[in-house]
Structures are given as C-alpha cells and as structure tokens.
Design a protein around this ligand. Sequence first.
Ligand code: SF4
Length: 291
Amino acid sequence: MNYEGMIFRPPSEAASLILQVTVGCSYNRCTFCSAYQEKSFRVKSFEEMKEDIDEASLCRQPIRRVFLADGDALVLPQEELVRILSYLKTKLKKLERVGIYANARDILNKSVEELKELRELGLGILYLGVESGNREVLKRIRKNATVDRLIRAGRRVKESEILLSVTVLLGIGGVEMSHAHAEDTGKVLTEMDPDFIGALSLIVVPGTPIAKEIETGKFVLPDPFGLVRELEIMIGSCHLTRCFFASNHASNYLPLRIRMPEGKEEALRRIREVLRRNDPMLLKPEYLRAL
Ligand code: SF4
C-alpha cells in the first residue's frame, strides 16, 4: 500500500484496510489540529488508488472493512467516490463496510440522494468532527462550520441512513467558555442524535495556533477536573434516542462507555462522585494520556 505521511483513522477502524484517497485536509485551518500540517492537500489519481485496491485484493485474509483517508475524503466529487466504492466492491468480495472522515461543508455539498447512492455502494459510516456546539467557540477555533450547518449536516447523514459518528472536544472552549461549550455541545448532540459520540480532551500540540494563544495567555486550558465537569454538563444536557457515547479515548482523564439513553443516569452518578471526591488518583495519570 502506498501511504504518504502519517495516517490517522478513528479508533473503531483499527482492523480496517486504510485506503488513502486524498492526502491531507482540504481545509487544514482549525486552530487546534496538527494532523495534516505537513501535508499539501491533493487528490490521489484513480490509478494510484486502483494499484492499492488490486494489491489488497490479493491478501489471503478477507477484507471486510475499508477506511478512506485522509482528513476529509468526502470532499471528493460524487463520481469519483462512486468509482472508488464500485471498484472496491468488485475487487473485495467480502467487503461489508466503508468508512470516511467528513466535515459539515463536504456533507452539505452532497444531497441526501447522493449520500444514499454512496451508502448503496458500501459507505456505511461517516465520522464528523463537531468539536463544539457553541457558536463563539466554533468561530474562535476556525472550524469552518456554524452550529446550524453542523446540525443540518448531521441530520442529512442520518436521513441517508449512513451511521453517524461524531467527536466532541473537551476543553476547546478554554476556561472562559467552558460551561457554555459543554452545555451547547450537549444541545447540538441532541439535535443531531448521532449513532456514536466520541469525547476527546484537547491536547495542545506545539506549533498550532492554539498553542500560541496559550503562550500569550489568550487561551487557558481547564484543569483535569474542569474537563471532567465539562463531561458531566455535556452528558447532562444531551438527550439521545439510541447512541453509544464513549470517553475512553487516550486523551481523556475519565474513561467511560455509555449506552444512551439507558446508561446516562449511572454515568452522571459516577462522574459526580469523582468530582465530589476531587482526588487526582481517580483520574488517568498524565503520562498515560495521548492523542
Ligand atoms: S480538525 Fe479536521 S477539518 Fe480541521 S484541520 Fe484538522 S482534519 Fe481538517
């Protein structure tokens, strides 16, 4: 397989074949993100992808899942995605599901009918970075999405019956916006009603714009219990019909796996107990945290 630079994929795609169809992120301006800073965005040619798919098809182990990288592969034009998915289907006989990263802009550039067409060709799950449901925070982190567009994008994915997995970022509002960020994110999650939610905690990467804001004192990261408090507010203010909520990403201080809505009250009880005891021993040690 021909990979350019570091490859990122959601934790749930650990066993998937990663097919790099684009290099980097076509937007690449979120203030906290360092993932694709070193890459100039480009779309790989179909010939390059075909070579990788042909190679994968020779694998003795059946390939059931494929993840299309890099950062926002849904930016590809519809006909190109149709071509890739169709070829995957032809060559990988046991293929069950294809996943992809997307942002609100790319989703809203596709109609429900187009998304349904992709679903019929195997696109089974879409990963969308929401980060925050607060208007001001989205502006400050240059997310290239408004609250309204995030909600519309999430609903469009649901309407097309592709699984929707979203990530939210604890700490991204800083101390100043902490409460509003957590509460508004819970509300946006309610509006989107995704199938999966992954809560991550902000880990500041040197060289990113947000790291510079910290140096100048413009942004102050909440302390570990502040991040746990955000988790409590966020979970408390979201009302989901059927969702798996996880905060077990390596960046988090308090790992939880919650089936919503039935596990919500128990999760809140657990978080409140940790906050009440205020004992750092109850949190993941700093050296075990990672991106
Ligand atoms: S967070 Fe997503 S959209 Fe923003 S720069 Fe990183 S990969 Fe691109």
